[in-house]
Design a protein around this ligand. Structure first.
Ligand code: F6R
Length: 262
């Protein structure tokens, strides 16, 4: 795992977008794993800008989102399909047939989860998985005690997640209590992981996820097992970390990061 601390949320999102853009230019058929949520909005904003100003090409890119609420159709503006259309897909030259989210309205949700795993397998897996982190340490909607080998499945959302996301609903009481999510095992199989967290309210959980022991109580700690995981945080989200000087040293000295050091 590598940790990169950027001075503010915009700089953190900009770095995440530049890493994605670099991978996409190197491999136009990139299989990109995507996340939703407030943190990702500025990453998608940057990618849209790169499309507009730098002709970043999404035409051959394939995408798989981490999760979707159960019971919300794509037309519902609170659904993650709607979020992705609004924030990214409708604003770049991606082929809609290449964009995938689990269908939270499928008649048979278990079969839908198996179909989703199979669809990921058919494209030979995810090249780059973008991740946020929930206040309870979830990645995707892998709530506390999700098995570290778990696959795409239906999950109950934890009270903390409901509290975190309910304000995003017109009527907070209507937030779905369940979701389909890639499993921790599914996420760990992607060839590269990029986790982005910003803001002081993420400081405590980031410290546990990065520097704490691996535990199913905090799904994000499983990323410590991943051979190629980059965690990007802003200064506020980095406040609980004890080794920031070391992380800075790595960022300043690793040749891989040279082009990203402003
Ligand atoms: C959503 C997802 C979640 C969010 C996390 C952080 O697709 O996978 O894990 O990334 O809940 O959400 P925000 O950015 O709203 O704090």
């Amino acid at each position: 795992m590598e940790v990169i601390v950027r001075p503010n949320p915009d700089a953190a999102a900009n770095l995440a977008a530049r890493i994605i853009a670099r991978e996409l230019r190197a491999n136009p058929q990139l299989v990109l794993g995507l996340a939703t949520g407030r943190t990702m909005e500025s990453v998608y904003g940057q990618l849209v800008r790169m499309r507009r100003e730098e002709q970043l090409d999404f035409s051959l890119c394939r995408t798989f989102n981490l999760d979707e609420y159960v019971g919300l159709p794509a037309t519902d503006r609170h659904s993650y399909r709607h979020y992705m259309d609004r924030n990214l897909f409708h604003q770049v030259n991606i082929d809609r047939r290449n964009t995938h989210l689990p269908d939270g309205c499928a008649a048979d949700l278990d079969a839908e989860c198996r179909r989703y795993e199979e669809a990921i397998r058919r494209v030979n897996g995810i090249d780059l998985q973008l991740l946020g982190i929930g206040r309870d340490g979830h990645i995707g909607f892998n709530e506390p005690l999700s098995a570290l080998h778990s696959r795409t499945r239906e999950k109950s959302l934890s009270p903390r997640t409901l509290e975190q996301n309910a304000p995003l609903f017109d009527d907070p009481a209507t937030i779905p209590r369940r979701a389909l999510t890639m499993g921790v095992g599914t996420i760990l199989e992607s060839r590269r992981c990029l986790l982005l967290a910003t803001g002081a309210e993420k400081a405590g959980i980031i410290a546990k996820a990065v520097e704490g022991p691996i535990t199913a109580m905090i799904s994000a700690t499983a990323l410590q097992l991943h051979p190629r995981c980059t965690v990007i945080v802003d200064a506020d989200a980095a406040r609980g970390l004890t080794q920031t000087e070391y992380y800075r040293w790595v960022f300043e000295n690793e040749p891989e990061w040279q082009e990203f050091r402003d």
